[in-house]
Ligand binder design. Structure first.
Ligand code: FE2
Length: 277
């Protein structure tokens, strides 16, 4: 068994998106442009309504998937095909934009903490123009596994100790785990060998990832391998570990459109302008 190591580190940069939502962009910024098949990772966290209240009014997507994982607060989403839904704390929305949707993601609260992640997962060339699809997963549908003393894992996608997460049928066969570590806890996580992945500490001070200290708000890019050693330090910590099958295809990217060629990007813009989404 080959152990995965941290081969690169990245910290998010403070930015704003949508109509002015403040967030930390961790993947999809100059320090870490992408991590095939992942195109973007944002963490939004604020208890100041002014940082999030403007939300993400209607905007398009084509050619990839957006994954929203809520840790605190409430959002509602709606799209031009008539789909509506609520995103509550602990829920996941895995949206396959495919050939195109227009949607909005707006806060459903006027104060209090809003905290979560948005991850963009690329689609292979053959699936970029697939029909749009939502997987809206309520918190109680996410299984919780205790692989060792002091370790609690919410399995959003992928498999741990024979327990599979609720997200299904995604071409990149993703693993998305939310891992809580108590002080001194340790365990070895198995990950599919060829998957690209990362660990990101989002609560507490730090965690030990492959024997190295990873601080809060720091992302560690993982080497290839089958196993990842994780351990707590002297205070509780929480991290996500995310991995997926790399596509190794050309990426042509323009804002909310991610295709394989510049020509397909021009087509996406033309289709969007022509109201074909
Ligand atoms: Fe969006």
């Amino acid at each position: 068994m080959t152990e995965r190591r941290i081969i690169r580190r990245a910290r998010g940069i403070d930015t704003a998106d949508g109509a002015g939502v403040k967030l930390k962009r961790i993947i999809g910024q100059p320090g870490l442009d992408m991590l095939d098949p992942f195109l973007l990772l944002d963490e939004f966290r604020s208890d100041q309504a002014g940082d999030y209240i403007a939300g993400f009014p209607e905007h398009p997507h084509r050619g990839f998937e957006t994954v929203t994982y809520m840790l605190a607060g409430n959002m509602r989403h709606g799209d031009n095909h008539g789909n509506v839904g609520r995103l509550t704390a602990g829920s996941v929305q895995w949206m396959t934009a495919g050939r195109g949707i227009l949607h909005s993601e707006m806060p459903e609260q006027e104060d209090g903490l809003m905290w979560g992640f948005q991850l963009w997962v690329n689609l292979p060339a053959q699936d970029k123009m697939t029909a749009p699809r939502y997987q809206d997963i309520a918190p109680e549908r996410v299984p919780v596994v205790h692989p060792a003393d002091g370790v609690e894992v919410r399995v959003l996608a992928g498999e741990l100790d024979g327990v599979s997460g609720p997200v299904e049928g995604i071409p990149t066969a993703p693993v998305y785990l939310d891992i809580s570590l108590q002080p001194g806890a340790q365990f070895v996580l198995s990950l599919p060998a060829g998957h690209r992945g990362f660990a990101y500490v989002f609560d507490g001070e730090s965690a030990l990832v492959a024997g190295e200290t990873l601080r809060r708000s720091e992302l560690g890019v993982l080497s290839e391998g089958e196993q990842l050693r994780l351990a707590g330090t002297d205070a509780p910590a929480r991290l996500i570990v995310v991995a997926g099958r790399p596509l190794q295809e050309p990426v042509a990217r323009y804002g909310p459109f991610v295709m394989n060629t510049a020509e397909q990007i021009h087509e996406a813009i033309a289709d969007f302008r022509a109201g074909k989404f």
